[in-house]
Design a protein around this ligand. Structure first.
Ligand SMILES: [Zn+2]
Length: 510
C-alpha cells in the first residue's frame, strides 16, 4: 500500500519568503527515509531530528520506503524550519492524521529530539509569504505565535509539540498537557533612543548638527576628545527622527525577525532602530552572515534607523570598506554557494572620532603627543568613499563651567522632533516630483541646477581649493535642510554660510 502526504513550508532568501511544496511518498518496499531537494547539509540532520521527534511523540515510524521531496529543488533552503512540514507530510501519508487538513496548512518549525517545536527565525516574513501565496492557514511553534499574528490576513495556530500538531490534524493521540513550550530566543530587542536630549549638557553646536542631520537625513561626523558626550548625542538621534512609515515598519520588523532581535510583544517596530557595533566588530557582525539561514548584521539591523560607529577610525579597514555597498545601494548582499541573500541596509551613519590617536589634540592641542603623520593616518582610515557621504561634520568640545551650570535646561527631544518633522514634510513636498524624499538623497548635479541659490561663497572656496566639487554638493545639500528648518522656500546667504561652517568645523577631509 502506498501513501501520499503533502503540505507547504517557506524558504527564506534574505527577507523574501518562497513557498516550498513538501511531498511525502510512502511505498510498500524496503524501509528507508530519503529527503530530496535539500542542498544544505543542515537538512540531512533534519532527517534524524524528524525520526527522533516522531518516536518521542508516541507514534510508530512507518516501516515503508519514504521519499520526501521539497520543491522547487533549485531554491536555496537553509535552516531547520522544514522539520515540522517533513514530519506531518510523512505521517499524513502514513494515515496517522488527516491528509486533507495537513495539506491545507503551511507548517513552520524546527523539531527537538523530544518532539517539542522549537521557534525559528524569520517567522514574520515566512508567514507573510504564505499568506501572499494564498495560504493563510499556518502552524508555527508556540514561541513564534505572537510574531506570526502580526501578519495581516494570517490564520495562525501556535503548537507546543509535534503531537499537538498531529492531534489538531485528527490524530488519535492523548494530549500532552504539561509540556512547556520552548520560548523564542531573542538576542535583544532593537533599541530606540529613548533617553532625552534635555539630559545633554551644553553642546549647542553638536545639538544643532544633530538636528540638521535628522531633518535632512544626513550622515554625521562628530570629532572631539573622549568624554565629551559624543555617544550620548548619537544615541539621542533616533528619538528626534520621525516614526517609520507603515511599509518601512514592516520591512524593519522583518529584518529583526530574521536576526532574532525582535520582541513580538512590542508589535511592529515603528521607531527608527539604533545600532552601535564595537570597533572590534568583524565584517560578518556588521554585514551579516553565519551558517544556515544568514543573520542580518548591525548595518541591516540599523535599516531605517541609525548606525553609530564610535571611535570610527579604530574599526578595521575591512569593516569600513564593507559599508560602501549599503551607503551606495541601501542594501547588503551576502554571497553563498547556494545563492545570495539580500538584506536592506538604508541607515543614517553617525561616526565619532577623537581629534587624534591620543585624543588630546583639542583647542591648542598642547598636551597632544601625536606626530602629524600619526594624526593624518588616523583620519585617513575614514577618508574617501565614507567621508564623501558625510554631509555634516561637527567638533564636540569639552563642556565649560558655564555650560555645566545650565545642566538640564537643554531643549527636550519632543521639541526638536517637532521641528525635524516639519522640516522633513517641507522637503518631501518640494521633492514630490523627484525620486528623492530627503535632502541627503538628492544628487549634486540636481542641486547645482537649482537657480536662485547664492553660491558666490562656494565658488570662491572652490576656486581657492578649499572645497572640492563634492564638498560643494554637500554644503548645498545641508543648505537646503537649513532652509527647510527655517521655513524658507530656498537657501539664502545665511543658510549657505551656516552650511559651510557645518561642513568645515570638524576639519576632516574638507
Ligand atoms: Zn594626540
Amino acid at each position: 500500500m502506498t501513501g501520499l502526504g503533502r503540505t507547504t513550508a517557506v524558504a527564506l532568501v534574505g527577507l523574501t519568503g518562497h513557498v516550498v511544496e513538501v511531498e511525502a511518498h510512502l511505498a510498500a518496499s524496503v524501509p528507508g527515509f530519503t529527503l530530496v531537494g535539500l542542498p544544505d547539509a543542515s537538512l540531512a540532520e533534519s532527517r534524524d531530528r524528524v525520526r527522533a521527534a516522531v518516536a518521542s511523540s508516541g507514534v510508530a515510524w512507518p516501516q515503508r520506503r519514504i521519499t520526501v521531496n521539497l520543491s522547487p529543488a533549485a531554491l536555496p533552503k537553509a535552516g531547520a524550519a522544514f522539520d515540522l512540514a517533513v514530519a506531518v507530510a510523512t505521517l499524513a501519508g502514513a494515515g496517522v492524521c488527516d491528509a486533507g487538513r495537513v495539506a491545507a496548512s503551511t507548517h513552520l518549525g524546527e523539531l527537538g529530539l523530544d518532539g517539542r517545536l522549537r521557534p525559528v527565525r524569520g517567522v514574520l516574513p515566512a508567514v507573510a509569504a504564505s499568506v501572499a501565496a494564498g495560504r493563510p492557514d499556518v502552524v508555527v511553534p508556540f514561541g513564534n505565535l505572537e510574531e506570526a499574528r502580526l501578519v495581516p490576513g494570517a490564520d495562525v495556530v501556535g503548537a507546543v509539540t509535534l503531537r499537538d500538531v498531529l492531534r489538531r490534524h485528527g490524530a488519535d493521540l492523548a494530549p500532552d498537557d504539561d509540556v512547556v513550550p520552548v520560548p523564542a530566543e531573542h538576542v535583544g530587542p532593537p533599541r530606540a533612543g529613548c533617553a532625552d536630549l534635555s539630559d545633554v549638557v551644553g553642546q549647542e553646536d553638536a545639538r544643532w548638527a544633530l538636528e540638521v542631520a535628522a531633518a535632512g537625513g544626513h550622515h554625521l561626523l562628530m570629532v572631539g576628545p573622549p568624554g565629551t558626550g559624543k555617544t550620548m548625542l548619537a544615541s539621542r538621534l533616533p528619538g528626534i527622527l520621525p516614526d517609520l512609515a507603515e511599509s518601512e515598519a514592516v520591512e524593519v520588523t522583518a529584518v529583526h525577525s530574521v536576526s532574532g532581535t525582535f520582541r513580538p510583544t512590542d508589535g511592529l517596530v515603528r521607531r527608527p532602530p539604533f545600532e552601535d557595533p564595537h570597533h572590534t566588530a568583524t565584517p560578518a557582525a556588521v554585514v551579516g552572515g553565519g551558517s544556515g539561514l544568514p543573520r542580518p548584521g548591525a548595518a541591516s539591523r540599523a535599516h531605517r534607523g541609525v548606525l553609530f560607529l564610535d571611535e570610527a577610525p579604530e574599526f578595521s579597514p575591512r569593516v569600513l570598506q564593507t559599508l560602501r555597498q549599503p551607503l551606495e545601494q541601501g542594501e547588503l548582499v551576502i554571497h553563498r554557494a547556494a545563492g545570495s541573500a539580500r538584506f536592506p541596509a538604508r541607515f543614517q551613519l553617525v561616526l565619532a572620532a577623537n581629534p587624534c590617536p591620543c585624543g588630546r589634540a583639542t583647542g591648542k592641542g598642547a598636551d597632544c603627543s601625536c606626530t602629524s603623520l600619526e594624526r593624518r593616518r588616523y583620519f585617513s582610515r575614514l577618508s574617501g568613499p565614507l567621508l564623501d557621504r558625510v554631509d555634516v561634520q561637527v567638533e564636540v568640545l569639552p563642556v565649560t563651567r558655564v555650560h555645566r551650570a545650565s545642566a538640564g535646561t537643554g531643549e527636550s527631544t519632543a521639541a526638536v522632533a517637532d521641528r525635524v518633522r516639519t522640516a522633513r514634510e517641507r522637503a518631501r513636498r518640494r521633492l514630490t516630483a523627484t525620486p528623492w524624499r530627503s535632502n541627503a538623497e538628492v544628487p549634486g548635479s540636481w542641486l547645482r541646477r537649482q537657480t536662485g541659490v547664492p553660491v558666490g561663497a562656494l565658488d570662491q572656496a572652490l576656486g581657492r581649493g578649499a572645497l572640492s566639487l563634492r564638498g560643494v554638493d554637500r554644503v548645498l545639500r545641508v543648505a537646503w535642510t537649513l532652509a527647510d528648518l527655517a521655513g524658507r522656500d530656498a537657501p539664502g546667504h545665511e543658510e549657505v554660510g551656516q552650511a559651510l561652517l557645518l561642513r568645515t568645523r570638524g576639519q576632516v577631509g574638507a
